[in-house]
Design a protein around this ligand. Structure first.
Ligand SMILES: NC(=O)c1ccc[n+]([C@@H]2O[C@H](COP(=O)([O-])OP(=O)(O)OC[C@H]3O[C@@H](n4cnc5c(N)ncnc54)[C@H](O)[C@@H]3O)[C@@H](O)[C@H]2O)c1
Length: 337
């Protein structure tokens, strides 16, 4: 690593979250200076405890909805990664105004401030959920989008606005459509399919699974973090103005396959009730050829390997406080925030 790399200041907005706390740790470990802007919406500041004494780390508690706080956070920054959002269909549906203000208004604040401050590179975490419904071929980046929720609508909106803005601004922008995440993070989430199914079954609860044969792609948080770092390091001509699906060839699973994987890690023990007609109509497989071919990216983690480790962690008591502190672990209820 060169001295110039050590000087690079990267702003990770939403860096205390499920993916962000892993990315922040990884960027610091790679020798970068990292500033995190995060409002700690879920009381999730503890996710940064392990990096709080790192000399390259800086934390600005603030809200992307405040143009002033965002302007202050981008000062002196070369690269910006936008992760902060209301993440997931249920929480956006439950707090639609906050979702709009954060995912659209907040993102606009950051784009404006980055353009003004002379930021060189802007990476936006979007989602494969934007494909919504795609039952024939795996979706590629140029395929039509079918956002089926307010969450996905806000992401589609900001993908378009960012790429349009970047054509005239001084920064290079890249959109990453990230697959549904799994893996153990300093800010753990148990509202995502793999972790939720695994936890319910590991605790011996009957698991109700809707529409078991619908598809979704998955990517481990450490691999998503590696993909973001790779994009930050790639030559502009490879990533500027581009959209990449983030995940790998073996990452498309049906919910039934996720259940089978969790049951295998539990020696086949567990009660599952399969039901049709759930509220979540998403059903899509995704192609990850572009990021593989253009950037040489392929995930290192697998769903079965990670599920085994999660079962061990749950059984040994690492996550015994989920029930006592649901806000910290689940992106569902935001009452009063
Ligand atoms: N987790 C997934 O499965 C997944 C899949 C695809 C894309 N993504 C995208 O990756 C990003 C991160 O997701 P995550 O799973 O880490 O979610 P998360 O909810 O764990 O993290 C979001 C972070 O943003 C912060 N935040 C929320 N509102 C804020 C505001 N107004 N101002 C400042 N900070 C605010 C929260 O405190 C939190 O730390 C999101 O943009 C999401 O859309 C996630």
């Amino acid at each position: 690593m060169s001295a110039a790399d050590l000087e690079r200041q990267i702003l990770v907005v939403g860096g205390a979250g499920y993916i962000g706390s892993v990315l922040t740790r990884d960027l610091l470990a790679a020798g970068h200076r990292v500033r995190v802007l995060d409002s700690l919406l879920y009381g999730n500041g503890g996710s940064l405890a392990a990096v709080a004494e790192h000399p390259g780390f800086e934390f600005a508690r603030g809200d992307v909805r405040s143009a002033d706080q965002v302007r202050a956070a981008v000062e002196g920054v070369g690269e910006v990664v936008l992760l902060a959002a209301l993440v997931g269909d249920p929480v956006c549906k439950g707090s639609p105004e906050l979702a709009e203000q954060t995912n659209v208004g907040g993102a606009r604040n950051l784009i404006d401030a980055s353009a003004e401050a002379g930021v060189e590179r802007f990476v936006f975490a979007s989602t494969c959920s934007n494909y919504g419904l795609r039952t024939d071929e795996p979706a590629t980046e140029t395929d039509e989008l079918h956002p089926l929720s307010l969450y996905a609508e806000t992401k589609v909106q900001m993908e378009g606005e960012l790429l349009e803005r970047a054509r005239h601004a001084s920064f290079e922008a890249t959109v990453l459509r990230v697959a549904t995440a799994y893996g153990i993070s300093p800010r753990m989430r148990f509202d995502l399919t793999i972790s939720e199914f695994t936890r319910e079954l590991a605790l011996g609860r009957a698991l109700e699974v809707y529409d078991a044969d619908t598809w979704r792609p998955y990517c481990h948080i450490a691999d998503t973090s590696a993909a973001i770092a790779l994009v930050l390091e790639s030559a502009p001509e490879l990533v500027s103005g581009e959209v990449f699906n983030v995940g790998g060839a073996g990452g498309n699973y049906t919910k039934r396959m996720v259940v089978e994987t969790a049951l295998a890690a539990l020696d086949g023990e567990g009660e599952v009730v399969f039901t049709e007609g759930g509220a979540d109509a998403r059903n899509y497989r995704v192609s990850f050829e572009k990021i593989s071919e253009r950037l040489g990216f392929s995930p290192r983690h697998t769903v079965p390997g990670s599920v085994e480790r999660l079962v061990e962690a749950i059984r040994s008591g690492v996550f015994d406080s989920v029930e006592a502190d649901p806000l910290l672990y689940l992106n569902y209820e935001l009452s009063g925030r």
